[in-house]
Structures are given as C-alpha cells and as structure tokens.
Design a protein around this ligand. Structure first.
Ligand code: FMN
Length: 201
C-alpha cells in the first residue's frame, strides 16, 4: 500500500480540517494516509521526520500567518535540514496546502514556501490539478470547488468562526479531491520505481 504522509501545523484547527479531508481522499483512492501534526516549536521533530522518510509522498500544510507559513511550521522546516543533508526525501512526491482568513491573504506566498522546501529536498511537486471555477463572482459559493482559484497547491479560506463550520464544504471537498490526486500520483510514481517486469523475471 502506498503511504502518503500529511505533515501540518494548525494553530486554531482550521488547517487541520483540510489535513483530515486530504487523508480521507487518500483512503478513498485505496491508499494509506499518515497524519502528522506539528504541535509546537519546542517538540521533538525526529519521530515526524522518520515517518516522512518512510512515506512515498508527503503533503506539507500550514496556515498562512503574516503572508507566509506559520512560524511553528517554519521551525519544523528548519529541523528537516538533516534529511536535506542525507537526501532522505529525494525523489519523493510532495504537495502543499494552506488556509487563511482573507481570499488572497498572501496564501500564494505560503504555498511558494512549501514548494521551495520540497525543491530543496529534491522532491517532485504535485499541483492541485483542479481548474478554478468558471463562474461569475455571484455564482461562486461555499460549495464551489477550488473557490479561491489556486494552482500550485490547495488554498482554503476560513472565517473567524469554529473549524466545525469553516472552511466551507467546497474547500473541504477540494481537499478530499486533492488527497485522491496525490495518492493516485504516488501509486504511479512508486510503480515506476520498481524494476521493469522483464528485469525482475
Ligand atoms: C499570527 C497570525 C497571522 C495571520 N496572518 C494572516 C495573513 O497573512 N493572511 C490571512 O489571510 N490571514 C491571516 N491570519 C488568519 C489565519 O490565517 C486564519 O485565522 C486561519 O484560519 C488560521 O488557521 P488555523 O486555525 O489552522 O491556525 C493570521 C492569523 C494569525 C494568528
């Protein structure tokens, strides 16, 4: 079974909702999600890093705080330098997601930070792959898939309310579909890494 690690920080629980929906999508695709929550900047990241090293694909997630990934996620990212030096994550698939209050809120910059983290590790980036809605602003609603129109990764928008009700249904379904996409990509990618049948025989 292909393993997809979902490593994320969520200060107030909204980004965590997306992580859970991505995991659901991975399961829907018949593969195994491994949810890895970054709790705080002082924790021992070694067990998380070990589980990421064991996964076939990794989805990085963080809320957008001050136009970038949260500081707690950045402390985790810096702690992955050991894996950078050994090349432990090289050639794995990677993808990313973020969530913030504003429609833009500079979420794109946070997603760029996640792509750079993946690139520094020599990972291969899987984008969102869901076209932005071709509807008028008036038609765009809480059920719309890829409501904020992101390309490089999943971007969701949450109001200042409980994570039980926000981000809305469309963002949650976008996250689930993203999980399906990453799991399917990981299956293809790991199959390609196996010896060709003629060689294995
Ligand atoms: C320190 C801090 C900085 C924030 N900066 C931004 C920002 O740059 N853009 C934005 O749209 N929202 C910003 N927000 C709002 C959060 O992105 C929003 O509340 C989000 O849902 C939090 O996700 P979480 O519940 O997973 O922590 C900020 C919130 C905090 C606490």
């Amino acid at each position: 079974m292909t393993k997809v690690a979902i490593v994320y920080h969520s200060g107030y629980g909204h980004t965590a909702v997306l992580a859970d929906k991505i995991a659901e999508g991975v399961r829907d695709a018949g593969q195994t999600p491994v949810l890895l929550k970054i709790d705080n900047a002082a924790q021992d990241f070694a067990p998380l890093i070990e589980q990421i090293s064991d996964a076939d694909a990794v989805v990085f997630g963080a809320p957008t705080y001050m136009g970038d990934v949260s500081g707690v996620f950045k402390v985790f990212a810096d702690a992955t330098a050991g894996a950078f030096f050994t090349g432990a994550w090289k050639d794995k698939l990677a993808a990313g997601f973020t969530n913030s209050h504003s429609f833009s809120g500079d979420k794109g910059h946070a997603l760029e930070s996640l792509t750079i983290l993946a690139a520094q590790h020599g990972m291969n980036w899987v984008n969102l792959g869901l076209a932005p809605p071709n509807v008028t602003a008036a038609e765009r609603g809480p059920d719309t898939i890829n409501r904020v129109g992101s390309f490089i990764g999943l971007a969701a928008q949450s109001d200042n309310a409980s994570p039980e009700i926000t981000p809305p249904a469309g963002d949650r379904e976008t996250a689930r579909l993203f999980g399906v996409r990453i799991a399917q990509a990981a299956v293809r990618w790991t199959r390609g890494a196996q010896p060709a049948l003629s060689q294995a025989a």
